[in-house]
Design a binder for this molecule. Structure first.
Ligand code: GLN
Length: 494
């Protein structure tokens, strides 16, 4: 079997947009390039569950025709984007990587999908994820794992691992993921991308297949900080179809790009270091903090003691909400249906056949935590921890404008390394979960290569609706790091 390198770096959204408007390229050509990438890499990466060639070709043709007519739909016009397969797409199968939804074709678009269409984006297809977004490696997908373009013996992270693999490989120029406990930021970190979870309520959850509704947020995975802002601005905004949607006003993520960090106070979180963190990860974070100090930022060490119990609270709240959200999958209305003489037997059979082991574990855990007699001891207690985390954050933001930490305690781990140890898998999200519990924005920016030449992400957290300062600092981090490494993609002919 011959193996050759797949050449050429894909453009950023910003660069592709310039080329489109100067007539140097077309939406059809950009699409052909990403599809060619997919063709050469999918056999190894399995980033996609569905590639919508027909729909994408139609959207690209429309984008080209519109531009020729002088109609410009904005920064995403003509850009090939991938969607995590837990966002409903009208007429295109949407499975959440679960057997229970195999064959489900939604009759409507999620709000983010509608906004992308209105913004002229070209949707390439639906990317792989851990079943119902429960996991940190994409190994919980009912359709088989995705692999990391930097090293196909390693996971791309999760649960938005397919989205991360697609963007890192150039089989999409950007992607949307969802982040309940870290599922955008951790895969971005493990694949050398920028990934962000915006403030809770700023991106509509309408049409996102719910995991834990009080934590779920959709956000971008891109190759640069600027691209992340462009994609975020396209998909966010008030939506009456989501009862938790933020009415406004909305921050301006790009207004302080390029302004540096002079005079800003950067808080280093004491709790997010030490045991369990790879030395190369800690070194990369320390070096970036020093670089920020040299660039004029004031560095303060902050302590948020409740971060130590955030993971435990998350693993009560998220499964509790999941157990309620997943009750709707009964084999009656959509997806897979098992056999059964009675409706009860049919539902039981459907669920036993349709849900994988991790989803079953969460449903059992969540149902138990919510049951009469245990509710206050478990769920009630976890909600009190959540409130305490918010208080800790508030106190820290009196001393600092942003907080920083690693995104993930380790670089991408080998496929199979954590599948038999749920706790080890859960620890992957130790740095990302607090922002979900508080509803605050956080972004991961690649800063260095660590063990085995794999990327390390640097996390910048900000107060609610603090996207402007978060992007200001992320942009400075990106410039200071000068991270230009890219995976060496190898083509394996089928
Ligand atoms: N890994 C975490 C979990 O399994 C977070 C998942 C997510 O953010 N969707 O719950």
């Amino acid at each position: 079997m011959s193996v050759s390198r797949v050449a050429g770096d894909p453009p950023t959204i910003a660069e592709a947009g310039r080329r489109l408007r100067s007539g140097e390229t077309s939406a059809a050509e950009l699409l052909a390039q990403v599809l060619d990438r997919a063709h050469r890499t999918e056999a190894q990466l399995h980033a996609y569950l569905t590639v919508d060639r027909e729909g994408a070709a139609g959207a690209a043709a429309q984008a080209d025709a519109d531009l020729a007519d002088g109609i410009d739909h904005g920064p995403l016009h003509g850009i090939p984007v991938a969607l995590k397969d837990n966002m409903c797409t009208r007429g295109v199968e949407t499975t959440a990587a679960s057997q229970i939804l195999s064959g489900y074709v939604p009759p409507y678009d999620a709000t983010v999908v509608r906004k992308l269409r209105q913004g002229g984006a070209v949707m390439v297809g639906k990317t792989n994820l851990d079943e119902f977004a429960m996991g940190s490696s994409t190994e919980n997908s009912a359709y088989g794992p995705s692999y990391n373009p930097w090293d196909i013996g390693r996971v791309p992270g999760g649960s938005s691992g397919g989205s991360a693999a697609a963007v890192a490989a150039g089989s999409a120029l950007a992607a949307l993921g969802s982040d309940t406990g870290g599922s955008i930021r951790q895969p971005a970190s493990l694949t050398g991308l920028v990934g962000l979870k915006p403030t809770y309520g700023t991106v509509s959850r309408y049409g996102l297949i719910a995991f834990a509704s009080s934590l779920d947020q959709i956000g971008p995975l891109t190759r640069t900080v600027e691209d992340a802002a462009l994609l975020l601005e396209t998909v966010w905004g008030h939506d009456p179809l989501d009862s938790t949607s933020h009415a406004g006003p909305y921050p301006e993520p790009r207004s302080r790009l390029g302004q540096g960090v002079e005079g800003l106070r950067v808080g280093v979180v004491a709790e997010l270091s030490g045991e369990g963190y790879e030395p190369a990860v800690e070194r990369a974070v320390t070096e970036m903090v020093e670089a920020l100090a040299d660039a004029g930022a004031g560095i303060v060490e902050v302590s948020l003691p409740t971060f130590e119990i955030a993971l435990s609270a998350y693993y009560l709240i998220a499964p509790a909400e999941a157990s309620a959200n997943l009750a709707r999958f009964d084999g009656i209305r959509y997806g897979h249906r098992g056999d059964g003489e009675t409706s009860e037997a049919l539902m039981a059979r459907t669920r036993a056949e349709g849900f994988g082991p991790e989803v079953t574990r969460r449903i059992l855990l969540g149902t138990y935590a919510l049951s009469a007699g245990y509710y206050d001891a478990f769920y009630g207690q976890a909600q009190r921890v959540r409130a305490a985390i918010q208080d800790d954050f508030a106190a820290a933001y009196e001393k600092a404008d942003v907080l920083v930490s690693p995104t993930s305690p380790t670089v991408a781990f080998p496929v199979g390394a954590r599948v038999d140890d749920p706790l080890a898998m859960y620890l992957s999200d130790i740095c990302t979960i607090p922002s979900n519990l508080a509803g605050h924005p956080a972004i991961s920016v690649p800063v260095a290569l660590g063990d085995a030449g794999l990327p390390i992400g640097f996390q910048v957290m900000a107060p609610p609706l603090g996207e402007t300062v978060m992007f200001q600092v992320a942009d400075a981090v990106e410039r200071l790091a000068g991270f230009t490494a890219a995976p060496v993609l190898r083509e394996v002919p089928a």
